[in-house]
Design a protein around this ligand. Structure first.
Ligand code: ADP
Length: 325
């Protein structure tokens, strides 16, 4: 089928670089002779008909902006067959022949279900700071969030070392420790406590029993926000009870991790992936997420991309351990 008009939306948690992706999708589609429509507030825009025609200038001056000009939302209606039927009718009425969905695993799960239900072409872009999508080395927003974490931890280090404290710094990553692990390596932290390892061992006990580096007068530990790790608060409570000799403090980085101007890496990644999404549609690819592996663009079937448990790289765990001894 020849695609004449492409809709683009951002959904779920926002991530720096989403705007660069919207720009790339729009410009590549127009370059390829297609029309583009921007859908506001994720899947909500399809249900409540919030759709605007996009031209080249609609995406001018946004590559450097964090957040998403299309806004994002969580949309309960889209999780029901009735809601998706309304969304489909909107697409038909608007003459939108294919969708590019930029979002995390929830958004791509919704995309997969919708694409199957209506035999509708959708290409996904991995837009999430968590880097938790399978089949891609990295996701749009991850590098910027890592840099934000690194800068914050650098600052906390100054106060931690002045007071000789043990700091638990909570970073995002509900089910996924990439930000905590690579954030810890980048900032020279002592350890990362991550959900992937929570069932294997007591990471806190491991940390304390291995002893902190003797020459260090403070310790920084990054903790992924997660029910299974207990988060930074949970860790600090345990230390107060079980190891009262430590002067412990908590810092929760929170939403600062989502914001800010995207890094060069994220802008380039988003630009390449956005252009690749249009290539994929032209090649009649559908129901795939654009990924990047060894610096090459790849197509990852939705079913594979949203598979849980993207494995953590054990060699990174090792590097962190070696460098903190
Ligand atoms: P993220 O994409 O960042 O993981 P969410 O998990 O909140 O964010 O998902 C974003 C939106 O995707 C949801 O609000 C919903 O509209 C849609 N979605 C998520 N899971 C499903 C599902 N199982 N079926 C249909 N739609 C879904």
């Amino acid at each position: 089928m020849q695609i004449k008009c492409v809709g683009v939306l951002t959904s779920g948690g926002d991530a720096p670089g989403m705007n660069a992706a919207i720009r790339a999708v729009t410009r590549a589609a127009i370059y390829g002779g297609m029309e583009v429509k921007g859908i506001l507030r994720g899947y909500r825009g399809l249900i409540f008909n919030e759709i605007v025609p996009f031209t080249t200038s609609s995406v001018s001056n946004i590559i450097q902006q964090g957040g998403t000009i299309l806004k994002t939302a969580r949309c309960l209606e889209f999780t029901t067959p009735e809601g998706r039927q309304v969304a489909y009718e909107t697409l038909v009425r608007e003459g939108i022949d294919a969708l590019v969905v930029i979002g995390g695993d929830g958004s791509l799960t919704g995309a997969r279900i919708f694409a199957q239900e209506f035999n509708y072409p959708i290409v996904g872009l991995p837009g999430t700071i968590d880097n938790d999508l399978f089949g891609t080395d990295t996701t749009i927003g991850y590098d910027t969030a890592l840099n934000t974490i690194m800068e914050a931890v650098d600052k906390i280090r100054d106060t931690a070392s002045s007071h000789e404290r043990l700091f638990f710094i909570e970073v995002m990553g509900r089910e996924c420790g990439f930000l905590a692990l690579n954030g810890a390596i980048a900032s020279g932290a002592e350890a990362a406590i991550i959900p992937e390892k929570a069932y294997e061992k007591d990471q806190l006990e491991d940390l304390i029993s291995n002893g902190f580096r003797k020459s260090k007068n403070s310790s920084l530990v990054l903790v992924a926000e997660s029910e299974v790790t207990g988060g930074a608060m949970g860790m600090a409570e345990r230390v107060k009870k079980e190891f009262p000799q430590y002067d412990v403090r908590v810092s929760i980085l929170g939403h600062v991790q989502r914001g800010g101007s995207p890094s060069a890496s994220d802008r380039i990644l988003a630009s390449r992936m956005g252009a690749a999404a249009i290539d994929a549609l032209k090649e009649d690819q559908r129901n795939v997420m654009i990924g990047i592996v060894n610096d090459e663009i790849v197509y990852v079937p939705f079913a594979k991309a949203i598979k849980k448990n993207k494995p953590i790289n054990e060699s990174l765990m090792n590097v962190l351990k070696i460098l903190s001894t």
